[in-house]
Write a protein of this length. Sequence first.
Length: 303
Amino acid sequence: MKITLYKNGETKPIVTIGVCVKNGAATLREAIESIISQTYPHELMEVIFVDDGSEDETPLIINEYTSKMNMDVKIFRHEWKGLGFSRDVVVKNARGKYIIWVDCDMILPKDFVRKQVEFMEKNPEVGIGKARYGFLEENSLVAFLENLPFMVYDSKNIPLDLKLPGTGGAIFKVEAIRKVGGFDEQLRGVGEDQDIAYRIKANGWQIKRTNAYFYERRVKSWRDLWRKYFWYGYGNYHLYRKNRHILSPTRMNPVAGFLAGCLHVSDSYKLMRKKAVFLLPFHFTFKMVAWCYGFTIALLGTM
């Protein structure tokens, strides 16, 4: 593991930025530009792109920016194999002590990598450090409502041991990933992040929230929101079959969604002071109907 010693005696480790993407052309440029703008020493950063069978301009965009990046870049492409396989490609080829996962719809502040690495260096018992969600102003009611639950969780500092974090905006210690055997390559849809977080925690590592912030572009239409949560439900069925301790389908039904939306209204209004937050019960119900439909389709497909 390469460690660089600076004039003031401070040491900094190599960090790998893992970008796993499929058909992300609409937002990928913004994500890459935010990586390029990082204040962390670029000679200590490597970026690994994994293109999981994109059919849009994603490969062209990656090639376009490669020559502009004054850091090590590796590019892998394959036919669609899913997120579990794609993330494991990053793990197997990473030189870094840590991996920061950046999704194609994310935007990083300039100090993001520095703050994430500093947190992990000060907390060696932590296997995963999840950054906080910042609010990104977008001209979309759907995107506004979709941002709120994430911001509420962060504002209330809900322990991540109770709500396993996703990979986006999180920094993982490579040692922790490899000790549990990496990502499950059989989880081709969603859920690969919760699965590995569960195993890392069970292996004795801590999961903590850091003081870094990042921003995420949300879907802007009800149709896209439906597709997103249908896909979540479909993928989560396969996660549920593997480990029923990670999620409970009985808590993902429309009635539970409506109640969860109601519970979020007060905290969301305190944060944003906008009347649109009162639509959260409908928003949550809509998402859970889509989730249940996807879960059911996956269930029927295995019978």
